[in-house]
Design a binder for this molecule. Sequence first.
Ligand SMILES: C[S@@+](CC[C@H](N)C(=O)[O-])C[C@H]1O[C@@H](n2cnc3c(N)ncnc32)[C@H](O)[C@@H]1O
Length: 171
Amino acid sequence: MQKRVLAAGCGHGPDAARYGPSCARWIGYDFAPGLLELARADAPQAEFHLWDGKGDMPPELHDPSDLIVSRRGPTSVIPHLPALAAPNARFLYVGPTLDGPQVPERLQAIGWDVCGEWRASVRAWAPTWEDWRMRCEFMGVEARRDTWKAQATPRGLAYREERYPVLAGPS
Ligand SMILES: C[S@@+](CC[C@H](N)C(=O)[O-])C[C@H]1O[C@@H](n2cnc3c(N)ncnc32)[C@H](O)[C@@H]1O
């Protein structure tokens, strides 16, 4: 069955462009208007809305979703899962850590169960210094120019980092 997907913190829409066409419906939200513009250009079949996870939720997000994803995105979506989810929906969080955002505890607080937790090592790529700087800022580590200069090729900097996927659903 094709899924209706909601992406929290969709950024410039790479997942919408890659996976959206094989889904029944793809909606993304982000609090950065500039990124939403890029997402609309890259994934014209998807729908994108401006929201920061606080205040009034855009009404379009109330259309029930079978899968709600936050890939390196905000965990502030968690308290809203019951309002966003179709029956038997799943929430997939893919973050850089579990402890900081306390994902399992926050899921428990809304009565959702963790179905699985994994630790994965992924290969990633920062094409430009600005991408690398933003990635380091997101990870809470210092972006060093000397590292970039020593290791980056004309195509950018390849690196590995850990991810913690968590899959959850209503109890
Ligand atoms: C590291 S990026 C990940 C983007 C995308 N999910 C991906 O994997 O390529 C995090 C995104 O979450 C957005 N974001 C962070 N906090 C947010 C919030 N409270 N509400 C909405 N978007 C948020 C940022 O603007 C950014 O686009």
